[in-house]
Design a protein around this ligand. Structure first.
Ligand code: GSH
Length: 215
């Protein structure tokens, strides 16, 4: 299998399926595309996908071109990795949380882009951004309460892959969910995601890019 991904310090959509693939223990190759270079970026994506975006998963002659669809495919291909919770109720909420991230939190995504090479700094919190942060605090608290942690739906699942880039944004922009109605457990959960060994491996690569290595 080959996963085509974008610049590691910025590409949240690439990080999610990359984490999920790593959890399977399966061998896969990664192909890196340089983002934010306009036509150069598009020229690098074109040989892999007709849709102009990464991530893209290639498995033989199969092409899967969306982060959530890639995660679903990997979960079905590697059932022993238990990438979704076994319990139907936990699975439903893990899927709902992933879908909410995939299609929502637009203000948080645009105001707080992932920047893994950037030192933590403050940010002006607009009313719209506060709204997304309150929604995030509500979601994390609700799921940690219901499923008992340590991850959103109990043990680590695709939902946690979806929120790992979010945790990195909170850290980069000095945002604590306790300031937006969240409980300390929500912030502790975000910090836990950033201790994940696979995330740390991705982050090390991202920092090397930022230090001038070829992204
Ligand atoms: N909904 C898509 C979004 C993918 C996406 O926005 N990818 C960005 C990079 S993170 C991209 O490929 N941009 C192409 C460009 O900047 O030219 C997914 O979940 O995979």
């Amino acid at each position: 299998m080959e996963l085509v991904i974008g610049t590691k310090r910025w590409s949240t959509w690439s990080l999610r399926p990359w984490l999920v693939l790593r959890k399977t223990g399966a061998a896969f190759t990664e192909t890196l595309v340089n983002l934010r270079q306009g036509e150069v970026t598009q020229g690098q994506i074109a040989p892999h996908s007709p849709f102009g975006q990464v991530p893209v998963l290639k498995d033989g002659d199969l092409l899967v071109w969306d982060s959530l669809a890639i995660c679903e495919y990997v979960a079905e291909r590697y059932p022993d990795a238990r990438l979704w919770p076994e319990d139907p109720a936990a699975r439903a909420q893990a899927r709902a949380a992933s879908a909410l991230m995939h299609s929502g939190f637009a203000v948080l995504r645009s105001a707080c882009p992932m920047a893994l090479d950037q030192a933590p700094s403050g940010i002006e919190v607009t009313e719209a951004l506060a709204g997304d942060l309150k929604r995030l605090a509500t979601l994390w608290d609700l799921m940690l309460d219901r499923h008992g942690g340590p991850f959103l739906a109990g043990s680590w699942s695709i939902a946690d892959a979806f929120f790992t880039p979010v945790a990195s944004r909170l850290r980069t922009y000095g945002l604590a969910l306790t300031d937006f109605g969240g409980r300390p457990a929500a912030d502790a959960y975000g910090a836990r995601l950033l201790q994940d060994a696979d995330f740390l491996a991705w982050e090390a690569d991202a920092k090397a890019e930022g230090a001038g290595a070829t992204p």
